[in-house]
Design a protein around this ligand. Structure first.
Ligand SMILES: NC(=O)c1ccc[n+]([C@@H]2O[C@H](COP(=O)([O-])OP(=O)(O)OC[C@H]3O[C@@H](n4cnc5c(N)ncnc54)[C@H](OP(=O)(O)O)[C@@H]3O)[C@@H](O)[C@H]2O)c1
Length: 231
């Protein structure tokens, strides 16, 4: 079960995916801090959440302050700005915090298309993030296959499995966040190195969205799990 006292900071929560998660977590009654490079943008995004979710416990802060305020820190900036963002917040991270990587290393980062990814020396964007955070901060990979449009459309559930990878205890804490979003089901994705597979799947999903004319975004489902096995 997710710890209702845990504050969730979402850096880049002013953008599509981060805002979607902020809306959903606030709707589930969780405290959310939206981070931005510019505090005023974060305040605007928090106001947007309050307009859509009555009684939302949400605040907008600069990325460094948001990081310091969160027990779970979700990185929601494009891949090409992920490393620089982690370096900016490094001094605000402390032992025991969890950083969630949901970035997809799409080849758009190097001027190519969104149907391909770029290779990363560490194996995945999540492992790159792990290489940059201070000792004692654990990185968990999640939410790469979830559509921002679906997250933002609060009237509907989000029909998607979320493969969560990383160190066991941290991974379980992030898995516990998934059912806060109606329709999301957490699957135990094992060690962080599996993030490379999950990240690649998003490039495939983007192509499927185009070929099947699904601008709202497809979700993924794994079948055959024993009852009660998934998070
Ligand atoms: N969109 C999707 O459907 C989707 C699905 C799965 C995973 N993801 C992943 O989720 C993450 C966020 O995606 P998104 O679509 O929400 O991205 P986005 O809207 O393009 O950008 C998110 C935020 O990143 C920050 N940002 C922009 N340029 C930056 C820079 N130069 N340096 C630092 N921060 C910068 C901005 O926040 P401030 O200007 O407020 O700082 C922006 O609001 C990405 O890693 C993406 O791969 C997205």
């Amino acid at each position: 079960m997710s710890d209702a006292n845990e504050t969730i900071a979402i850096l880049g929560g002013t953008g599509d995916q981060g805002l979607g998660l902020a809306l959903r977590f606030c709707r589930a009654g969780r405290r959310v801090i939206i981070g931005s490079r510019k505090a005023e943008r974060a305040l605007e995004a928090a106001e947007n959440v309050r307009k859509q979710v009555e009684g939302a416990d949400v605040e907008g802060l600069g990325n460094e302050e948001a990081t310091a305020a969160g027990e779970i820190v979700i990185l929601s900036v494009p891949f090409e700005h992920t490393a620089s963002t982690v370096k900016t917040i490094k001094a605000s991270l402390r032992e025991g915090q969890i950083v969630v990587s949901m970035t997809v290393p799409l080849a758009t980062a190097v001027g190519d298309g969104a149907l391909r990814t770029v290779g990363i020396w560490q194996g995945s964007a999540a492992e790159l993030v792990q290489s940059l955070v201070p000792t004692g901060v654990e990185v968990v990979s999640a939410f790469q296959n979830v559509s921002a449009h679906r997250l933002q459309h609060l009237a509907d559930s989000v029909d998607c499995d979320v493969v969560v990878s990383g160190p066991k205890a941290a991974r379980e804490r992030v898995m516990a966040l998934c059912p806060l979003v109606p329709g999301l089901r957490a699957l135990d994705g094992g060690p962080l190195s599996n993030a490379r597979i999950v990240e690649e799947m998003t490039a495939l999903i983007i192509g499927l969205n185009i070929r099947h004319k699904c601008p709202e975004g497809l979700g993924i489902r794994f079948t055959g799990l024993p009852q009660g096995e998934a998070g």
